[in-house]
Design a protein around this ligand. Structure first.
Ligand SMILES: *[C@@H]1O[C@H](CO)[C@@H](O)[C@H](O)[C@H]1NC(C)=O
Ligand SMILES: *[C@@H]1O[C@H](CO)[C@@H](O)[C@H](O)[C@H]1NC(C)=O
Ligand SMILES: *[C@@H]1O[C@H](CO)[C@@H](O)[C@H](O)[C@H]1NC(C)=O
Ligand SMILES: *[C@@H]1O[C@H](CO)[C@@H](O)[C@H](O)[C@H]1NC(C)=O
Ligand SMILES: *[C@@H]1O[C@H](CO)[C@@H](O)[C@H](O)[C@H]1NC(C)=O
Ligand SMILES: *[C@@H]1O[C@H](CO)[C@@H](O)[C@H](O)[C@H]1NC(C)=O
Ligand SMILES: [Zn+2]
Length: 584
């Protein structure tokens, strides 16, 4: 009789059968064939793992980091079994590890895994849009405290429906208002009348808390809506883009803008983020100076303020103790705009790059990819822009959003091909990349990294929960990836940092674990665009990682030290509760 084993052919003869029909004995737990099967199985699983993008990082873990990884694995499994796995009863909904983020969110902060993730040094935040980075209650509180800020609404905010329909605008007014209208939620409020924010808040039905709730309701996707996957992608994007509307006027007045940056950098640094690349620009880079009402026509004003605030924060106690490295801006144009409008914006971008070479990092196109112009249609602008920057001796790499779609072979999905041909240095989302084996090979060969935003993809209805996300497939195929948060103020993370997105990734997938999460953070620094570099130098520094000689290597070395400290903290804090299993 011949049996095929998985890894080859094993021939054996079974003796002891006196007749063909006799049934004898019991399954032998320690039988040779059983043991052989288990050994083959181990080999096959290990072979599979050598293809992983985080393989090398895992191979180089220190003994402390290995021990920390094992402890965190035990913590995670304990919580999956004892905290998350709750069968539905009359009084309680079904709960499980990896369920929809808005449903899981209230329970996450009560877990030990959350404490671990909070504490982790996370490297760089590479994909986030400025006006949706800091929760709006924090911005509103800054506005309330700022002298001269006024609010106007398109209609009286006197009913629930009116609050839903209304739009509002913040501004700065340096005169005394001649209005008698001090109650924006009264039925006799005259539309578009400016009311001092302090007064509007003091007179608001329900006070400051109710006012902030109102602003949040106009700027944040409610959990009940974000889980309605049956309504599809276009529906949630209509909501999502509408929420961006009111946010523009919130961060335009210099004193507010300055406090906004300080609060944002504090929150990022406190969450273990040491470097950030912010997508913004186009029409958003405008500033109203302290004591003024009009936008400064000199567009450099906005950039000067950001440079100053980055330096200011780096010099603070927190900035220094967390070794905050700084920020750069990825200029972002709205992809739905026509050729003339994009070209005009690109000219403004080229001027900003000349004036702020360090702050200006690269170029991207944003907003709903499905309904916007495909990159192939934008090719004339993109070719022209590259020629202009080369002629001006400017280094402006592309960091394209691409493949943020459920499509397969339609124009949105095909954006991935254009992005690669245009030498994008990273891909924003790349959600549909897993469908393209040849492109995957090319992405790996060309060292292109995918900025994965798990909660964004879920809330914007590409995957119904983290368990359905292609992240683990990308990592398994060897695609470089790092975790970002996209628009945490609108999408429901409701904090500026990365902890919720990191938590989702580690909690959902056994193959990630602490070591895998470490590799994702490590990648974020390997693919950070710290300074202008030629394509050759960029690739070389990614390849060399901490072993290089430049800025990037130094920053990765800094992270490696923080990572070791963090792993030691895990061992000290939780080691005794989770004794060593089997270390090989
Ligand atoms: C299998 O082997 C282990 C260790 O070699 C032994 O402890 C165990 O009793 C064996 N089980 C059976 C069913 O023979
Ligand atoms: C938080 O965790 C503690 C300890 O595990 C538990 O007793 C408590 O019920 C939890 N609270 C919630 C809201 O789940
Ligand atoms: C709100 O908008 C809807 C749809 O346009 C309209 O029917 C309704 O009258 C509006 N209500 C208020 C109070 O503005
Ligand atoms: C506001 O004040 C600034 C300086 O304090 C002044 O230059 C500007 O003209 C004022 N604007 C208005 C509209 O009063
Ligand atoms: C182009 O810029 C680089 C620095 O970014 C500089 O070293 C080089 O001399 C410049 N070349 C020309 C032709 O201006
Ligand atoms: C591509 O296909 C997806 C899935 O059907 C769809 O959501 C998206 O709108 C499509 N894009 C275009 C440009 O048709
Ligand atoms: Zn984005």
């Amino acid at each position: 009789m011949h049996l095929l084993s998985i890894l080859g052919i094993v021939t054996l003869s079974l003796s002891g059968f006196s007749t063909a029909l006799a049934i004898e004995g019991e399954p032998n737990v320690n039988g040779t064939l059983v043991q052989q099967h288990l050994r083959d199985r181990e080999k096959l699983i290990a072979l599979e793992k050598t293809h992983r993008q985080d393989h090398i990082f895992r191979q180089s873990l220190s003994p402390t980091a290995k021990r920390a990884d094992e402890i965190v694995q035990a913590i995670r499994q304990h919580e999956i079994d004892n905290y998350w796995r709750v069968a539905a009863t009359d009084g309680q909904k079904e709960r499980f590890a990896g369920q929809a983020f808005p449903l899981a969110r209230p329970y996450i902060s009560n877990t030990t895994l959350w404490k671990v993730v909070k504490q982790m040094p996370k490297g760089a935040l590479l994909h986030a849009h400025l006006s949706a980075m800091l929760p709006y209650d924090k911005i509103v509180k800054i506005i309330i405290q700022t002298e001269g800020m006024v609010i106007s609404a398109s209609q009286p905010l006197d009913t629930k429906e009116a609050k839903q329909n209304a739009t509002f605008t913040f501004a700065h007014n340096n005169g005394t208002l001649s209005t008698t209208q001090f109650k924006i939620d009264a039925s006799d409020y005259i539309p578009n009348t400016e009311v001092p924010v302090k007064t509007a808040v003091a007179n608001f039905e329900g006070g400051e808390a109710a006012f902030i709730d109102f602003i949040k309701s106009k700027t944040t996707i409610p959990p009940g809506e974000s889980i309605r996957h049956e309504l599809g992608v276009d529906e949630i994007w209509r909501r999502f883009q509408a929420y961006f509307g009111p946010t523009g006027s919130m961060i335009q007045y210099e004193p507010v803008v300055r406090k906004f940056y300080q609060t944002l950098f504090q929150d990022l640094a406190s969450d273990g983020i040491s470097w950030v690349e912010i997508r913004t620009g186009g029409s958003h880079g405008k500033l109203v100076h302290n004591g003024d009402e009009e936008i400064d026509p000199d567009l450099d004003a906005w950039w000067h303020v950001l440079v100053e605030e980055i330096d200011k924060f780096k010099a603070t106690e927190l900035g220094k103790s967390k070794n905050f490295l700084g920020a750069r801006v990825i200029w972002s144009d709205t992809r739905i705009n026509n050729r003339a409008s994009i070209t005009k914006s690109m000219k403004i971008a080229l001027q900003r790059k000349q004036n702020f070479p360090q702050l200006f990092s690269g170029y991207d196109l944003v907003a709903q990819e499905d309904l916007g112009r495909p990159l192939s249609d934008l090719a004339p602008e993109l070719v022209w822009f590259r020629q202009q920057s080369e002629a001006l001796n400017l280094t402006i790499p592309y960091f394209f959003h691409a493949g943020e779609t459920l499509g397969d072979g339609n124009s949105t999905d095909l954006n991935l091909f254009d992005a690669i041909l245009f030498n994008t240095r990273r891909i924003g989302h790349g959600f549909s990349l897993y469908k393209h084996p040849n492109l995957i090979r090319q992405v790996i060969e060309q060292n292109v990294m995918v900025e994965v935003c798990p909660i964004s993809n879920e809330v914007l209805r590409l995957n119904e929960d983290i368990l359905h996300h292609p992240l683990p497939a990308m990592i398994a195929h060897g695609i470089p990836t790092a975790i970002s948060n996209d628009d945490p103020a609108i999408l429901g993370q409701d904090v500026a940092g990365l902890s919720y997105d990191f938590y989702e990734a580690i909690q959902a997938f056994d193959n990630i674990g602490l070591a895998g999460l470490g590799a994702l953070a490590h990648n974020s620094l390997r693919w950070a665009n710290f300074e202008d570099q030629s394509s050759e130098d960029w690739i070389q520094d990614i390849d060399r990682g901490e072993h290089g000689t430049g800025t990037k290597a130094r920053h990765i070395q800094g992270w490696n030290r923080e990572w070791e400290k963090f792993c030691k903290w895990i061992v000290d804090e939780y080691g005794s509760k989770y004794p060593a299993v089997q270390v090989d």
